[in-house]
Design a protein around this ligand. Structure first.
Ligand code: ADP
Ligand code: MG
Ligand code: MG
Length: 889
C-alpha cells in the first residue's frame, strides 16, 4: 500500500486513496484535490495516517521503506520547483504540516521555512535578491522549530526579539532590517544551544525527520488525547504529515498571506469574507501582531477601515483568488474556508475545507445553494444539524446589547427571558395576570409550581440538573430556564435573594439566557425568532422527505397553537394531571382524593367534569381534524395532597371534615416509592370513577366541537402504566361504555381509539397480548428508561454525569434513548404488536421524541410518529427527514 503521496507539480492524483481523508488526512486530501482540478498548489507530499499508526505501534520508529519513499517524494518537489533541498546556492524550503481526518487542536503546529541553515540562508538571500527576507525567514524557522519540534519555551525567543525592538525604538516587525534579523538569528541560535544543550541542527535532513517525528508524536500528546476523549475521536486514527514547498508571503509589498471564506460564515450572505496581511507569513494573520486588512472593498467600506483591501491593493491576485473561490464552491458544493499566500503577485492555495458556520448561516447557504443549482433539496436537508435549529426557535438576546452577568447555571432550556423576580408560583401567576413579566426563582421546582412556571417568562433554580423537574417542564413549555445556579440563595422570610455578592428583592429585574446559562442584572433586549424565509423553505423540503409524522406533547391551547405554528400534526401526549393542579380545581381534586368512599369521590368529580370538558374543548378546537392522544390520570395521588396548614384549613372548610381527620387520610396515602406505587392505570382500576369522569369529559368535548365546527379531532385515549392485557381490557370496556352513554345522550357519534403507553418492560414483552386490546402503542420512553435501567430520573443527576464521563453510558439515557438496551424493548414490542394487529399505530412520547439520534432509531423500527415538545417540533421534523433519507439509502 502506498504510504507517501506526492501532490502538485506533475503528480498523478488519480489514486482515490489520496483524496480519502481517512488515508491522507483532511489537509492532505484537499491539497491533492485542489491540485487535481488545476489550482495553484505548491508541490509537496503527504505521509499517510496509516504510517503514523505503524510508527506509534513500532515504538516510535520509522520503517526503512518510509525513508526511501520520502527521499523519492522529495525529488518530486525538487523537480517541480527546480531547486534542491539543502542546496547552499539555491535552496528549496518546505513546510511540515500535521493533518488528521478532522482538524484537531493538540496536534503539532506547522513548521515553516524548513531547510534553512547558515549556508542556505545566504543562497536564499542571493536568489531572492532580498537579504532581509532571507534572514527574517531563518529566524522564523529557528523560532518555530525550537518551539514545536525541540519543545523549548517560545517565550525566550519572543523576549529576545522584544528587547531588540525596544532598544531600537521599533514598533512593527516590518521595521527591522536584514542586519537586525541577522543578529537576532545569532541570538536565537545561542538560546537553542543553551536550552537544548546542542547547536541548532544544520543538517536539513535531520531537520525534516525531526519535524516528521514531532508530528507523529503529537498524536499522542496529552492535549490531543483530551480533545479526542471530549469529542469521541478514536485514538487509532493517527495523523498524516504534509511536506510542502514553501511559497513566501513575506517577500515585500507584492506578497501577502490570508484566510478567507467563500461566504460569510456568520450570516450566510454570499460575499467573499476574509482577511490578509501584506508582507507576512503563515500565522501572522491570526497571531494578532499586526491588524489584518479586509479582503474586499465592500467589507472595508462597511467597517469604515482605512487600510486598503486586497481587492484594491492587489487587484490581479485578488481577481485570481475570486476565480478560485468560485471554482472551489462549484467543486465542493459547499462554503469553503481557505488559506492562501501571494508571492510577488502570484496566488498560491495552501488549504481548503468546508467551513464552520452559525445555524442561521447554515440555513441561508443551504437554501441559496439549491437556488444556485449547486445542491439538491435532499442535500440541503441533510446539511443542517437539527439541534442547531434550537438556536433559531427561541427569542435570543440581542448580541449588540451589553450584559451585566451576575452568575451562570446550567443551560437547561434555551432562549432568553427577562422580567421581575418572583419567589413563588402564586405570586408569579398574580403578577402575570396584571400584565407583568416575571421570572420565577426557586430553590427547585415541583409539580405544584406548574402554574407559576407557565405564568413566568423564564425560570431560575438554585439546585437541580439538566433533567431536573424545572428543566424538563421548562423545555416542555418552551420557557427558558437556568437550573442549578449554585450562587443563588433565597431568603423566603425577607423575600430577598443573593446572587454572589448582589442582594436583590422580589420585583427587581433580571434576564436569563437559557442557551448559555447566564443570569444578568436588568433587562437585556431580545430579538424574535424568524420562522419564515429560509427556515420555512427548508422545513417544507424536510416535510416532503419524511415518512414519520411529527406530533407534539402539549396540554394547553396556547401550547397547541404554538406547536401547530411549528408544524405539529397532532398531539402525541396530552397529560391531564396538570389540569388538576390549577388553583380553581385543586380543592375539588383534594376532596376527591380524601373522600372516604365512592359517593364522596363522585361528588367531587362532578365538580371537576365541566372544568375538564372545557379544557378538552379548548384544545380540540385548536387541533381540529388531527389525532390527539390524551393520557388519563397518571401520577400518584399524594402529589395533589395539601402540605401546608392553611391548605388543610381551607379543605376542612370546604368538606366539613376536621383537620385531624384530613391529615390522617393524607398520611394513609403516603407511599415509600411513588414511582412504582399507586399510579397510572392502577388508579383507574381501583377508582374507576376518575377515568369515567375523564372519558366523559373527552367525549362530550369532541361531540361539542364536532357539532359546532364539523371538525372534530380524533381522540386517542391512552391508558398509562399498563403491565397486563387484563388491565387494559377492563379500562377499555369502561371507556367504550362511557362513549356509548355520551353518544346516546348527544345523539351523535365520533371516531375514537383506545390504546396504551408501553412504559414497563412487562408491557413490552407482552405487547403481542396487549395489542389484542390496544388500537395504538405509544412508547413512554421516560418511564421505560427508568424501569428498564432501574434508575430514577429525578435522583440520577448525582451519578449520571460521572457515568457518562466514564463511558458507561455514551449519553444521558434520559436525553438520548439507550438504543442498545431500552431500544430492544421498543423494537420487540413494535414487532409483537404488529404481529397481533397489523395496522396498530405506533409512536413515541418520551422526551426522546425530540432527540435526533432517538428519532433515527424510531425510523429504523418503523414507528408511525414521534412526539416532541412544541419548540422541538421543527427539530423533530428535520431529524425525521434525515432519518428517512438515511433509511432510503
Ligand atoms: P493549521 O492546521 O494550524 O491551520 P497549517 O498547516 O494550515 O496549520 O499552516 C498554517 C499556515 O502556515 C498556513 O495557513 C499558511 O499560511 C502557512 N503555510 C503552511 N505551509 C506553507 C507553505 N508551504 N508555504 C507558505 N505558507 C505555508
Ligand atoms: Mg495552527
Ligand atoms: Mg491551516
Amino acid at each position: 500500500m502506498q504510504t507517501v503521496y506526492p501532490f502538485g507539480g506533475n503528480a498523478p492524483h488519480d489514486d482515490p486513496r489520496q483524496r480519502d481523508k481517512t488515508v491522507t488526512g483532511g489537509k492532505g486530501a484537499n491539497l491533492a484535490e485542489m491540485a487535481s482540478i488545476g489550482l495553484p498548489v505548491p508541490p509537496g507530499f503527504t505521509i499517510t495516517t496509516e504510517e503514523c499508526v505503524r510508527y506509534l505501534q513500532a515504538g516510535e520508529s520509522f520503517r526503512d521503506e518510509l525513508k526511501a519513499e520520502v527521499a523519492k517524494a522529495l525529488t518530486h518537489i525538487e523537480a517541480a520547483v527546480g531547486k534542491r533541498f539543502g542546496d547552499a546556492a539555491d535552496p528549496m524550503l518546505v513546510s511540515v504540516r500535521s493533518g488528521a481526518r478532522v482538524s484537531m487542536p493538540g496536534m503539532m503546529d506547522t513548521v515553516l521555512n524548513l531547510g534553512l541553515n547558515d549556508a542556505t540562508v545566504e543562497g536564499l538571500a542571493n536568489t531572492s535578491e532580498d537579504e532581509r527576507f532571507a534572514w527574517d525567514s531563518y529566524r522564523r524557522f529557528i523560532q518555530m522549530y525550537s518551539d514545536v519540534v525541540l519543545g523549548l519555551d517560545h517565550g525566550l525567543f519572543e523576549e529576545a526579539l522584544e528587547i531588540v525592538k525596544e532598544d531600537n525604538g521599533f514598533y512593527a516587525d516590518t521595521e527591522l532590517s536584514a542586519d537586525d534579523w541577522r543578529s537576532i538569528v545569532g541570538q536565537f541560535k545561542g538560546i537553542v544551544e543553551e536550552e537544548w544543550g546542542k547547536p541548532f541542527p544544520q543538517d536539513v535532513h535531520e531537520q525534516l525527520w525531526g519535524a516528521i517525528r514531532a508530528v507523529f508524536d503529537s498524536w499522542d500528546s496529552d492535549r490531543a488525547k483530551v480533545y479526542r476523549r471530549l469529542n469521541d475521536i478514536p485514538g487509532d486514527w493517527g495523523t498524516a504529515v504534509n511536506v510542502q514547498a514553501m511559497v513566501f508571503g513575506n517577500m515585500g509589498d507584492t506578497s501577502a498571506t490570508g484566510v478567507a471564506f467563500t461566504r460569510d460564515p456568520a450570516t450566510g450572505v454570499r460575499a467573499y469574507y476574509g482577511e490578509y496581511l501584506i508582507n507576512a507569513q503563515g500565522e501572522d494573520v491570526v497571531a494578532g501582531i499586526r491588524t489584518p486588512q479586509y479582503l474586499t472593498h465592500a467589507a472595508r467600506e462597511a467597517a469604515g477601515a482605512k487600510a486598503p483591501s486586497m481587492e484594491e491593493a492587489m487587484p490581479g491576485a485578488y481577481g485570481e483568488l475570486a476565480r478560485v473561490f468560485d471554482l472551489l464552491e462549484a467543486h465542493y458544493k459547499d462554503m469553503q474556508d481557505i488559506e492562501f499566500t501571494v508571492e510577488r503577485g502570484k496566488l498560491w492555495m495552501l488549504q481548503t475545507r468546508s467551513g464552520k458556520r452559525t445555524a442561521k448561516a447554515a440555513l441561508k447557504m443551504a437554501v441559496e445553494m439549491v437556488g444556485e443549482g449547486l445542491i439538491d433539496q435532499s442535500e440541503a436537508v441533510r446539511r443542517i444539524d437539527p439541534m442547531a435549529l434550537d438556536q433559531l426557535l427561541h427569542p435570543t438576546l440581542d448580541p449588540q446589547a451589553p450584559r451585566d452577568v451576575l452568575t451562570s447555571g446550567l443551560p437547561a432550556s434555551p432562549g432568553a427571558a427577562a422580567g421581575k423576580i418572583v419567589l413563588d408560583a402564586d405570586t408569579a401567576e398574580q403578577w402575570a395576570n396584571r400584565g407583568e413579566k416575571v421570572i420565577l426563582v426557586r430553590v427547585e421546582t415541583s409539580p405544584e409550581d406548574i402554574h407559576g412556571m407557565h405564568a413566568a417568562q423564564g425560570i431560575l433554580t438554585a439546585r437541580g440538573g439538566m433533567t431536573s423537574h424545572a428543566a424538563v417542564v421548562a423545555r416542555g413549555m418552551g420557557r427558558p430556564c437556568v437550573s442549578g445556579a449554585g450562587a443563588v440563595s433565597i431568603d423566603r422570610n425577607s423575600r430577598k435573594l443573593r446572587i454572589g455578592s448582589h442582594e436583590l428583592s422580589e420585583g427587581d429585574e433580571i434576564t436569563l439566557d437559557g442557551t448559555t446559562g447566564q443570569v444578568m442584572l436588568g433587562i437585556v433586549p431580545t430579538v424574535e425568532p424568524e420562522l419564515v424565509g429560509d427556515f420555512g423553505t427548508l422545513m417544507v423540503w424536510a416535510d416532503e422527505l419524511r415518512r414519520m409524522r411529527v406530533r407534539t406533547n402539549a396540554e394547553t391551547p396556547e401550547d397547541c397553537r404554538m406547536a401547530r405554528q411549528f408544524g405539529a400534526e397532532g398531539i402525541g401526549l396530552c397529560r391531564t394531571e396538570h389540569m388538576f393542579f390549577e388553583a380553581s380545581r385543586i380543592s375539588a381534586v383534594r376532596q376527591m382524593i380524601l373522600a372516604e368512599d365512592e359517593a364522596g369521590r363522585r361528588r367531587a368529580l362532578a365538580q371537576l367534569l365541566p372544568e375538564q370538558r372545557a379544557d378538552f374543548t379548548a384544545i380540540f378546537e385548536v387541533m381540529a381534524g388531527l389525532p390527539c392522544t390524551i393520557r388519563l390520570l397518571d401520577p400518584p395521588l399524594h402529589e395533589f395532597l395539601p402540605t401546608r396548614d392553611e391548605e388543610f384549613a381551607e379543605l376542612s372548610d370546604a368538606t366539613g371534615l376536621g383537620v385531624d381527620h384530613l391529615r390522617r387520610r393524607a398520611d394513609e396515602l403516603h407511599e415509600f416509592n411513588p414511582m412504582l406505587g399507586h399510579r397510572g392505570c392502577r388508579l383507574g382500576i381501583t377508582y374507576p370513577e376518575i377515568y369515567e369522569m375523564q372519558a366523559r369529559a373527552i367525549f362530550e368535548a369532541v361531540c361539542d366541537v364536532q357539532a359546532a365546527s364539523g371538525k372534530a379531532p380524533l381522540p386517542e385515549i391512552m391508558i398509562p402504566l399498563v403491565a397486563t392485557r387484563r388491565e387494559l381490557a377492563i379500562l377499555k370496556a369502561l371507556i367504550d361504555r362511557v362513549a356509548e352513554e355520551v353518544f346516546t345522550e348527544k345523539g351523535a357519534r365520533v371516531d375514537y381509539l383506545v390504546g396504551t403507553m408501553i412504559e414497563l418492560p412487562r408491557a413490552a414483552l407482552m405487547a403481542g397480548d396487549i395489542a389484542q386490546e390496544a388500537a395504538f402503542f405509544s412508547f413512554g420512553t421516560n418511564d421505560l428508561t427508568q424501569t428498564t435501567l432501574g434508575v430514577s430520573r429525578d435522583d440520577s443527576a448525582r451519578f449520571l454525569a460521572p457515568y457518562v464521563d466514564k463511558g458507561i453510558f455514551p449519553r444521558d439515557p434520559f436525553v438520548s434513548l439507550d438504543i442498545e438496551g431500552v431500544g430492544q424493548l421498543v423494537e420487540l414490542a413494535a414487532e409483537r404488536g404488529r404481529a397481533t394487529r397489523t395496522e396498530i399505530k405506533l409512536g413515541i412520547c418520551g422526551e426522546h421524541g425530540g432527540d435526533p439520534a432517538s428519532i433515527a432509531f424510531c425510523e429504523q423500527v418503523g414507528l408511525d410518529y414521534v412526539s416532541a415538545s412544541p419548540y422541538r417540533v421543527p427539530i423533530a421534523r428535520l431529524a425525521a427527514a434525515q432519518a428517512g433519507l438515511a433509511a432510503g439509502k
